[in-house]
Ligand binder design. Sequence first.
Ligand SMILES: Nc1ncnc2c1ncn2[C@@H]1O[C@H](COP(=O)(O)OP(=O)(O)OP(=O)(O)O)[C@@H](O)[C@H]1O
Length: 259
Amino acid sequence: MTSTTTTPQSATTAVALSGVTKVYGRGANAVLALDGVSLDVAPGEFVCLVGASGCGKSTLLNLVAGLDRPSGGQITLDGDTNPGLMFQEPALFPWLTVDGNVEVPLKLRRLPRAARRERVAELLRTVHLADFGRKRPHELSGGMRQRVALARTLALDTPVLLMDEPFGALDAMTRDILHDELERIWSERKLSVLFVTHNVREAARLADRIILLSSRPGRIIYSTEVDIPRPRRIDSPEVAAIAAEVTERLRTEVGRHGQ
Ligand SMILES: Nc1ncnc2c1ncn2[C@@H]1O[C@H](COP(=O)(O)OP(=O)(O)OP(=O)(O)O)[C@@H](O)[C@H]1O
């Protein structure tokens, strides 16, 4: 069976992937990107997906987002809203102000004007940009632009957030601050997060659970719970120990493929 559905599920699963396979192209040019991936994300769980370059992390996220269809298997999302998406590029509309950008999903949801204004102000307070509503994206730093992108995603009021290397282009200090912000918002709003990253330390800093994908075709080869109390520091010995364990597994996997 091949499908992506958005139907009420049991309360124990926010995102469910069952035997998900993805093949790009056909015949001699066919590329098996994902092979039988099964994964459940619980409501309120923060799951980080790591793996070597080209192992299918973005493919998996795109399938969950409904941007593409699996070749086999099933993907089910709890609730009737689409998941929120964030990428490395904030993808803001340059001709709109910060307010205007955050307002876009609210307009699409046909919220009345006064309610939109109130909601935009509340979302900008959430991401600590209350005084920047009238600025345009080019007037902001990279970190601020990602905050706007986060506010815009939160405007969807979705319980599921899909993030593909959202902080990959930021400097370490800005990334560190945004980790704190994201952790706070995730915990306050009880979001379920599927977060793709190359950065194993970032995964250990943020995740309840880290999933490691094999080199192509992507299969789940390792999974570990991260029991470190929050809030965490990316430079703490506990985070470093988990990161070292995952890095070792990743190294073995990459070595196995001679990359
Ligand atoms: N549209 C496509 N057509 C053909 N092959 C594709 C397509 N999209 C992705 N692939 C291939 O599928 C595999 C998985 O790609 P994907 O982008 O999901 O990996 P990734 O783990 O996100 O990589 P990275 O970490 O480098 O971003 C790669 O080998 C890629 O070349």
